[in-house]
Design a protein around this ligand. Structure first.
Ligand code: M6R
Length: 588
């Protein structure tokens, strides 16, 4: 959610913090702020809106902190922007202080006043009150009183070359090299800025003193840590023209080719063995990643005859799931930092399950937590709406399913080899952009849309609907095609758009029937399929390139991604910064 950064550098500290904030901006763009300390005083610049609003002369100092905000407590405003200041201290925070109301009441009773509506301001007040000349111990004492998730970076005017950082559940990573010492909430934000990284564990502190980075425990004792080379591909690069989302859709074939290369070099025997012999198999993920996990679950059940329970991560962890020793949990997350997914994984691990994770960020928390991390190599995904990462997740998960079928049945599923052709098929799907454009132009004023599908197509339909909601701000829902007549059909009136995805020959006629039932009630019907003979009944038919049917979700989602993006642009919105959202959802 929010992005935080801290930096010590002999020169150019302000510029470095600003550059890191630009890389962090998709973590929240409600407000941005920077503080540096020098000559016994703090210089703070903070503003509602994007990082670009922080224009002005560089602030002086060699230690600085910065923040991009996704509002949780208090509306987006200059006052609620971080850093928050109390006396000699400035603080940036990512997370939610769950006991902030009680702490605030206590601080108010003690005579404190508050400049913001945020939960974060209580932390800096607690630090200022705990301070008796020892910067580190004031932060440690304040953090001991917090419940909830937090990663904080703090400046103190008495120690102008130091930054003290603490974390619980929210990610915090130290970065070194390139003439600076960093802390940051997200590994991708350090790409190009640091050569080595080391994540902090819950309860650990990172203390930057000059160019030196120390990991410490709450009692101040040093914690031994090992830095590793930063392996993430170059971070967020905005295309010279157009949006990141358009560029990222166009990059799907390259992402798939890279991911396939990585998968081919990977030993799948342990993962396949675990799945084959598992008592129960679960998937957990959120949003788009959940749709990929559901497609995987359906494929694994059908082809490997292994029952799979797919649950959204936020429900899994509070549902007291029947998971334990001998079970397998497959967690899917582009960022590898989604709080709900991480908590579900922690719960599964605590109960003895084996965890396989699919993530696009190799040094993420999820990759570190997993017993068996698998990679997607989609490249940095900047747009908040997930696109190329979804196709790469499907590829990695289908590859895993294929390997499991192979190990379980001692046969190669017929579609195994076809995974190698997925990148070319997706390049073919991208050429259908004109269809998506025409459809978007036709439907740009629609007040609502329905997406339907059967089998794995229903997950593609759900992903299409999510994309439209997320960036085009049109009410869009999905349902299994057969469910339409059980209630949703009541919504259909003259001109109501119903969009079907039908890529399974066996279910094609059934989906066509559902579409016909909608059309009979006046719906404007659209069909996406690789089977041209199904075109007849729909008002608009959009052809898809063909892959073996089990792999069709890889290509069938592409025109829906393009459609949502065109809808968004035609309606005058920015696809890269959908309102109210952020790229990495690190709060529950
Ligand atoms: O980083 P993750 O894959 O764990 O993120 C999960 C969801 O927050 C994410 O897929 C979200 O739904 C996307 N913005 C949808 O486009």
């Amino acid at each position: 959610m929010c992005g935080i950064v801290g930096c010590f550098a002999e020169t150019g500290c302000y510029e470095r913090v600003l550059a890191a904030l630009e890389r962090l901006e998709n973590r929240g763009y409600d407000s941005a702020g920077i503080a540096l300390t020098a000559d016994g005083r703090l210089s703070v610049r903070k503003k509602k809106g994007a990082v670009a609003n922080l224009c002005g002369a560089p602030l002086a100092g060699r230690a600085g902190i910065g923040h991009t905000r996704w509002a949780t407590h208090g509306k987006p405003s200059d006052e609620n922007a971080h850093p928050h200041v109390a006396g000699k201290f400035a603080l940036v925070h990512n997370g939610i202080v769950e006991n902030h109301a009680a702490l605030k009441a206590e601080l108010l009773a003690a005579g404190e006043t508050f400049a913001s509506e945020t939960d974060s301001e209580v932390i800096v007040k607690l630090i200022a009150r705990a301070y008796k000349g020892d910067f580190f111990s004031a932060v440690a004492q304040a953090c001991a009183r917090l419940t909830g998730a937090y990663a904080v970076a703090v400046l103190c005017t008495d120690f102008p070359e130091e930054i003290v950082c603490a974390k619980n559940k929210s990610p915090l990573i130290a970065g070194a090299g390139c003439g600076a010492a960093y802390v940051c909430s997200d590994v991708p934000a350090l790409c190009g800025a640091a050569a080595y990284v080391c994540p902090a564990e819950d309860g650990e502190f990172i203390h930057i003193r000059g160019g030196e980075i120390c990991f410490r425990r709450a009692d101040g004792s040093p914690a031994e840590k090992v830095f590793t080379r930063l392996t993430e591909a170059a971070g967020a690069v905005r295309p010279p023209r157009g949006s990141c989302m358009e560029a990222e859709i166009a990059q799907i074939p390259q992402g798939l080719a890279r991911t396939l290369g990585w998968l081919r070099g990977c030993d799948f025997a342990p993962a396949a063995r675990a799945l084959r012999s598992a008592g129960r198999v679960f998937t957990v993920a959120c949003g788009t990643a959940h749709h990929a996990a559901q497609a995987f679950g359906a494929l694994l059940s059908r082809e490997a005859r292994i029952p799979v329970l797919c649950e959204t991560a936020s429900e899994f962890r509070y549902g007291d799931p029947l998971i334990g020793q001998g079970d397998v949990l497959v967690a899917v997350s582009q960022s590898g930092e989604t709080a709900d997914t991480l908590e579900a994984v922690r719960l599964a691990k605590a109960r003895g399950a084996f965890v396989i994770a699919v993530t696009n960020v190799e040094q993420s928390t999820l990759a570190r937590l997993a017993d068996l991390p698998l990679r997607t190599v989609a490249g940095a995904e900047v747009a908040v709406a997930a696109t190329k990462s979804y196709n790469c997740q499907l590829l990695a998960l289908f590859y895993l399913a294929a390997q499991t079928v192979f190990y379980k049945r001692a046969c190669f599923p017929s579609w195994f080899a076809a995974l190698g052709a997925a990148a070319d098929a997706c390049a073919g799907a991208l050429e259908g952009a004109a269809d998506a454009e025409t459809l978007a132009a036709r439907l740009q004023t629609a007040r609502a849309l329905y997406f339907i599908g059967r089998g794995t197509d229903r997950f593609t339909a759900a992903e299409g609907a999510l994309k439209v909601r997320e960036i085009a701000y049109v009410f869009a829902e999905s349902c299994p095609a057969g469910e339409l007549k059980h209630g949703t059909l009541a919504l259909v009136e003259e001109g109501f758009p119903v969009i079907a995805v039908a890529t399974g020959r066996a279910l094609l006629q059934k989906t066509a029937n559902s579409l016909a039932e909608a059309k009979a009630r006046g719906a404007f019907t659209v069909l996406f399929s690789q089977y041209a003979d199904a075109a007849g009944g729909a008002d608009v038919f959009c052809p898809l390139p063909a892959l073996p049917e089990p792999l069709m979700p890889l290509v069938s989602v592409i025109p829906l991604q393009q459609f949502a993006c065109r809808m968004c642009l035609l309606r005058g919105f920015d696809p890269d910064r959908p309102r109210n959202l952020a790229k990495s959802v690190t709060v529950e």
